[in-house]
Each structure stands twice: as structure tokens, then as C-alpha cells.
Write a new protein. Structure first.
Length: 236
């Protein structure tokens, strides 16, 4: 919603993007320092019961509608994750793929009750994540994006793929990407050893992935049930 002064009158209305799946998402456009002289107050859904209120000068606060304390999705960590997932995509598709992956993951994680993502060095699944459902062929996000760029009628295929991705993220376990923006497996489970790590099973599984960074897995991403996110990267 926008409000604009026009002499003695006040004009107001709504603005939104075109809805095209390959457009730059509002999350990326409304970043502090990126909107010139424009001023805004933005309310963003973080979880089912929490929103973030932010302004153009970088000030923000989280409002919780329950007694639970929630942090929130860190958009920068999702952008960084998109960079890793798109690292080996065909050069002419890299920027479009990063933009789309960032937008898709933001949407998916806002509807999620907690997630784990691993990015593997190649499409080979590391032994410690072998307890998973392998997708053969993988869900090829970058390939579908290329098809949409050639023919806008292929948007239907991209939308269908989004529904599959949403379903995958509703399953328990680790969702596994490679660096070509493909989902190669999901429902990954890690055998946890006794440790002093704090937190539930998802948090301890994330710590276990982090301990193996550089051993077939190059990035691990964690989202708690309450919303806060964390990304750790290893050597690529």
C-alpha cells in the first residue's frame, strides 16, 4: 500500500509486482539504501504468528502474536544460499536463477514449520546422507527457468515444479540441492551420535552437517520451527 501527498490531498493505493516467477522479488527490491529517497514501512510475515516491521533506514522489530519468541527469516542468508545453489549454473542463467531461487526459498520457508537444506559438491549423495529419497532425474529448476526464458508458455511447468518443491519441504528430513540449482534428494536423515549439542533433533542434525562441511557437502542451512535461520558454508 502506498500513501502520497498531492497538494492538499492524500492519494493512496496498492502496488505489487507482475507476479511473473522470474521477476526480482519485493524482498530484494525493498532493501535499506536501495530505494533512493522513498520512505516505507513494511510488514513481512515471518511465521504463522509473527511479523517483522521494517523501514527504509534499516530499523526493524519483530511482533509476536503469541507468547512464543520468534526471530525471523534472514533474507541475506537465503540470498547467500541461492548463490551457492546456483554456483555451477550456465553463466547466462546465473543471475536469473539466483533471483528465482531466492524468491522460491523465501516463499517456501515462510510456509514451513522448520527446514534443513544441504548443498552437495556434485550430485553424488554423501554417505552420511544416504538415508534419503533420491530423485532420478533431479528436479531441475535451472533447466525449467531456461525453458521459461525461451517460451513464456512454460511458466505452467515452473509453477507445477514449485508445487512439488513446496510438498518436498513439508516432508521431514534434509532437502539436498546440488550447485546446478537442482534438487537431487529429500527426506535425508543423519544418524546422530551422543553429543552435548543443545536443541532438538533438527538443530542437532544441522550441527552434524556443519561438522562434515567440505566432505561432500559445501553448505548447510537451518530454519527452526519458530522461524530464525542460519547458513554455514564450507570450502567449495
Amino acid at each position: 500500500m502506498y500513501i502520497s501527498g498531492n497538494g492538499g490531498d492524500i492519494e493512496f493505493g496498492l502496488f505489487r509486482d507482475s507476479g511473473h516467477p522470474l521477476n526480482v522479488p519485493i524482498d530484494a527490491m525493498l532493501q535499506p539504501g536501495e530505494v533512493g529517497d522513498a520512505r516505507y514501512v513494511r510488514v513481512t510475515k515471518l511465521t504463522r504468528d509473527a511479523v517483522r516491521v521494517s523501514t527504509q533506514d534499516g530499523k526493524d522489530c519483530v511482533l509476536n502474536f503469541t507468547n512464543a519468541k520468534a526471530g525471523g527469516i534472514d533474507f541475506e542468508s537465503i540470498q547467500d544460499l541461492g548463490d551457492v545453489i546456483s554456483a555451477k549454473v550456465e553463466p547466462k542463467l546465473v543471475e536469473t536463477t539466483k533471483t528465482y531461487i531466492t524468491s522460491l526459498l523465501t516463499k517456501v520457508l515462510r510456509e514451513s514449520h522448520g527446514s534443513l537444506i544441504g548443498v552437495v559438491r556434485s550430485s553424488k549423495i554423501p554417505a552420511f546422507l544416504s538415508d534419503c529419497t533420491v530423485l532420478d532425474p533431479p528436479l531441475d529448476l535451472s533447466g525449467t527457468i531456461a525453458a521459461v526464458r525461451r517460451d513464456s508458455a512454460e511458466i505452467v511447468s515452473l509453477q507445477a515444479l514449485e508445487h512439488l518443491v513446496m510438498g518436498i519441504f513439508k516432508s521431514d528430513g534434509v532437502v539436498i540441492f546440488n550447485r546446478k540449482a537442482q534438487i537431487v534428494a529429500y527426506g535425508g536423515f543423519i544418524k546422530l551420535k551422543s553429543s552435548k549439542a543443545m536443541g532438538g533433533a533438527r538443530r542437532r542434525a544441522f550441527e552434524a552437517m556443519c561438522d562434515r562441511l567440505g566432505k561432500g557437502i559445501i553448505a548447510a542451512f537451518y530454519q527452526s520451527q519458530d522461524g530464525p535461520t542460519e547458513l554455514k558454508r564450507g570450502t567449495e
